[in-house]
Design a protein around this ligand. Structure first.
Ligand code: SF4
Length: 490
């Protein structure tokens, strides 16, 4: 049986894309292997920072060194942003941008079948679509791999593959793609196009299929998840057809979440990152209504990730972010009121945006100190070609040493906030789901789990993955991990 390997980089939405490619390849009869033994290696890249680009290139070089016979197919945001950079690398057999990602499985199957990417080898669906990129193929440099990229993003959703609990106990269901915002540091609108939504009926069908396959926790994800549904309202696709389709037309994300919680039998739903201003009263209200775990009922996980980026009004304006620091704080207060102190709040914070002064950075620290964050994702600013941030960086870069200093201060603060939040749960009982536990931990008699409110815990004893359990938290170890015992191990 021919084998494939998918290497994931980037955010949860990108991960969902990679999982969907894997699902289609498994369904076509290919086996999953590691990169050293696979016939085709799919590299699902990210391009959010220069470091992400470097990591993808390093992986491609390593995969080719380990397995020179493997055909490497590069897809994702880096493939969309700079396909020529990748098409010339040794071992790369095809570059498939996000615009054509839905065709990636066909392209891989063509390579496995024939080892070539001529039209006959790629398969009926992709062969028809190749017409739209002939000019690009013709324009590809001699001796470099063919490129499937354009700016229409017509083949970028991969929703057909049913999401099931498999290698990931808590998989992502990507229901929204692209972004219409223009944050000045962000390359995503270029690499994924404008916002598009998976129709509500398809989302509900996916969730029902996940439940039928034994799934217990699903994560709704998207590039700009809070925008889900805006492009569907009033569209022919959403408004015509059966009464159910008409009923589902014009839903906002909150309406969709309510339907999932009330009608699908899914035990636990989690929302991934949502922009601060997209947390409207209806969505926040769902945290109050469905946030407390109730026996037999659906739960909306008490976990909210609101990208912050900066606590300085001036920096947020230069970033073209749509909220001010006080708007952010108001949303957090409303969320804590709705979900209670069990809420685990997370944010992305950036250090060293062009022109960021010491005083502006201090404003970020003050806001972070004041809010009840349970974790922070920290990033140094990275100039991305084609963005406004690239120009701003040329005009007013923050010296690298200063950025590193600020990152260190943020890392220390994030570790303190995380410990403070976790400590609140020592001695308490929480709902959790067991995860796939690495062999070393399992051999030591431990099981990894994640609580409903997004706290990683280590359980005493060996349990299989995907079990909903109640745990009693005994303490916080030196590494900052909560140790717990199962209170309903049966
Ligand atoms: S909201 Fe801003 S940071 Fe997020 S994907 Fe859109 S442009 Fe990028």
């Amino acid at each position: 049986m021919p084998g494939f390997h998918v290497e994931h980089f980037g955010c949860r939405a990108a991960r969902a894309d990679g999982e969907a490619v894997s699902g289609r390849l498994r369904a076509a009869g290919l086996g999953e292997r590691n990169e050293a033994t696979a016939d085709v290696v799919v590299v699902n890249t990210c391009s959010v920072t220069a470091e992400a680009d470097r990591a993808a290139r390093a992986f491609i070089r390593r995969a080719h060194r380990l397995n020179p016979e493997a055909r490497i197919v590069v897809t994702g945001c880096y493939a969309q942003r700079a396909p020529e950079e990748l098409a010339g690398m040794a071992g790369v057999a095809a570059v498939v941008g996000n615009s054509h990602k839905a065709l990636a499985p066909e392209i891989v199957l063509g390579l496995v079948r024939d080892g070539t990417l001529d039209r006959a080898g790629v398969g009926p669906v992709a062969a028809a679509e190749l017409v739209s990129v002939q000019s690009l193929l013709a324009g590809s440099a001699r001796n470099s791999a063919p490129i499937w990229v354009d700016d229409r993003f017509a083949h970028s959703f991969l929703e057909e593959a049913q999401v099931v609990p498999g290698t990931q106990t808590r998989p992502n269901l990507k229901i929204q793609e692209g972004c219409g915002n223009r944050c000045s540091f962000c390359v995503i609108p270029q690499t994924r196009g404008s916002s598009r939504s998976l129709p509500a009926a398809t989302v509900l069908r996916q969730v029902e299929g996940f439940v039928a396959a034994g799934g217990n926790e699903l994560v709704l994800s998207g590039i700009n998840l809070g925008r889900w549904g805006r492009d569907l309202a009033g569209s022919v696709d959403a408004g015509e057809g059966s009464p159910m389709r008409r009923l589902l037309a014009g839903l906002t994300l909150a309406g969709l979440v309510r339907r999932i919680l009330e009608r699908t039998g899914l035990p636990r739903l989690r929302l991934s990152s949502i922009e601060p201003m997209d947390w409207d009263a209806e969505l926040i209200g769902l945290m109050a209504e469905f946030g407390s775990p109730q026996a037999g009922g659906a739960t909306l996980a008490r976990h909210a990730h609101l990208p912050l980026q900066s606590g300085s009004d001036a920096v947020l304006r230069r970033m073209h972010r749509r909220y001010r620091p006080w708007h952010y704080a108001e949303k957090v207060e409303a969320l804590v009121r709705a979900a209670g102190p069990e809420l685990t709040l997370g944010a992305d914070v950036m250090a060293g945006f062009p022109g960021e002064t010491d005083a502006e950075f201090e404003e970020t620290l003050e806001l972070v100190r004041a809010l009840p964050f349970g974790y922070l994702h920290l990033f140094p600013f990275s100039p991305r070609p084609g963005t406004r941030g690239w120009t701003l960086y040329a005009e007013a870069p923050v010296p690298a040493a200063v950025v590193e200093e600020r990152m260190a201060v943020l890392r220390t603060l994030a570790a303190e906030k995380s410990k403070t939040h976790r400590r609140c749960f020592v001695g308490r009982e929480l709902e959790a789901i067991t995860l796939h536990t690495p062999a070393a931990e399992a051999a030591a008699g431990r099981t990894l789990a994640l609580t409903e409110n997004f706290l990683p815990v280590e359980l005493a004893g060996q349990l299989s993955a995907n079990r909903l359990v109640r745990v009693r938290v005994g303490g916080l170890n030196a590494e900052g991990t909560l140790e717990a015992a199962c209170s309903n191990p049966a």
